[in-house]
Design a protein around this ligand. Sequence first.
Ligand code: PMP
Length: 405
Amino acid sequence: MSFDIEQIRRDFPILHQKIYNRRLIYFDNAATTQRPQQVIDALNRTYIEYYGNIHRAAHFLADKATEAYEETREKVRGLINAPAREQVIFTKGTTESINLAAFSYGEAFVGEGDEIIVSEMEHHSNIVPWQLMAGRKGAKIVMLPIDDDGRLKIELLDSLINEHTRLITCAHVSNVLGTINPVKKIAETAHAHGIHIFVDGAQAAPHLKIDVQDMNVDFYAFSAHKMYGPNGVGVLYGKRELLEQMPPYQGGGEMISEVRFAGTTYNELPYKFEAGTPNISGVIAFGAAIDYLGSVGIENIANQEKTLLAYATKRLMEIPGIKIYGTQPEKSGVISFNVEGIHPFDLGTMLDKMGIAVRTGHHCADPLMQHFNIPGTVRASFAFYNTPEEIDLFIDALKKVIALF
Ligand code: PMP
């Protein structure tokens, strides 16, 4: 499959505009990516051609919408190599997927005195739902630390796991450090001790080939908006035998089988976990995003992003006083850095005025900021539609900003 960067950039209309009269350079892809015309068209088509509420009414529009919605479920199944479509649950995003899993898993499997291991590099979304669950259940959160290169100290796992441990959770890819964690290996360790593993795949699914069966993870979560799809759509994958034992997260329409005031029975998977009217058009358009990713090719995407990461790292190292956080080799296209003597927020604001979108702050990873003893970083995160030329412009702008201070 050939990789035509000019054509790819033409597919993304939002990239071709001026910001403050400067060419837009969008390096905030870890926060959210932009959408190609194909996804925008798919979203519009649902409203123009076949919008109706799914799974319920017996009429043409509802049937067509249901079919398209369920088609996306099958596309997601294929994308992550899930064994069955019933194991793909639609949510509104990674955050909701984690809250769902933490609540329902906690109800089914966690009791007083149990322990959950959470890595130090997690996004708040993969810390707080487990803390809430632990609070309800009288369980304890145990931290799996990182080293100063941003590598998880998985050699400590054996000593952290004991007879109270129920689950370990970590990101597949860190949204701050870019570290790609060896989740297959962590899953092996977890299963050797009879515990489960939940993986936050928000920063991995847009960039890597995901195979939930090969990694043998028990749960995997991600968001469509970081994958060139609509916002308000996410996925929770789970092993069937676990999902079947877990109670519903929310009550409402669709998730029931029969409702009586004497008691309610629940629908089968995946509907048991999909209460209420979902983001119908968003899920359908996510199908178009998966098609788009397939047409570019995940290997091409990974290669382009690897080239961008290597080039940007090399060019950033030219800058005196720069410190990059996340320096171990297994890394995705995210660079967090600080420049000595300049607050990250000031750098970000000045870069914005030069047309360059980066993220500054704690990146919803306070414990990680505490590890490095910093208030925040500047984060540049790449997508396959970015180019080395944009990196050159970014470095020039950064040098100008630093000279001003
Ligand atoms: N986990 C990680 C690693 C993330 O980067 C993000 C988004 N920044 C989330 C979870 C939360 O995703 P969402 O906001 O789409 O729910």
